[in-house]
Design a binder for this molecule. Sequence first.
Ligand code: CTP
Ligand code: MG
Length: 231
Amino acid sequence: MKYTVMIPAAGSGQRMGAGFNKLFLTLGEKPIFIHTLKVFEADPFCAGIILAVKNEEKQEIEAYLKQFDISKVQAIVEGGTERQYSVAACLEAYLEDGIVLVHDAARPFIRRAVIHSLVQEAAAHGAAITGVKAKDTMKLAPAGIVEETVNRDYLWIVQTPQAFQYEILKKASDKAIADHFLGTDESMLVERTGHPVRVVEGTYDNVKMTTQEDLAIGEILLKRVQQEENT
Ligand code: CTP
Ligand code: MG
């Protein structure tokens, strides 16, 4: 089943503390976002990529796309001040009515098998997200005092990609913007329209490169991926 992926890459990487967009930091020999794009470039089911970037970084990003032979980028749009607005800009640039995936440029270790399960689920039910089960004991402690130990079986640590039938996400995104509602993921926007969102079990290694520690983990994960590719 074909899909188009929207990749927000217009952040500033504050928590990484590099002083520039963290996506330009390298893992192995490639910038983080190139690793992410390569996954989709190599997936025959991926029909195209829509990228949201900052205007001032567009040229540099285009040069990297050329250098690393990324050919599936159909549109590069200007990102917004919040991730949600960057995704909204991508949605404006999509002119079909198929399955769209939203995936953070900062998650280079997404696996093709997870992408495909997600796309299938979204094709069947309209909206699907990927996540992993919490490994630790989870407690609710709003004021620093434990109120409750939450049943771990019900809790999911949610990641991207998230997949939707285009119209479902577009309507949810338009409504959120009209309502001045800011969500932390696309699912939140769809949830508030009442459309059910299915969870697909993903992998723990789909980490988002957010802080310095993640880079160290990223280097290890990259070696593992490269070993898998060579066997
Ligand atoms: N993103 C975006 N537009 C924004 C903010 C974020 O396109 N206005 C993108 C980032 O580039 C990243 C993804 O959304 O690929 C996930 O965001 P996050 O990990 O929070 O990245 P940053 O916002 O760059 O980092 P920070 O929050 O630490 O500043
Ligand atoms: Mg951010």
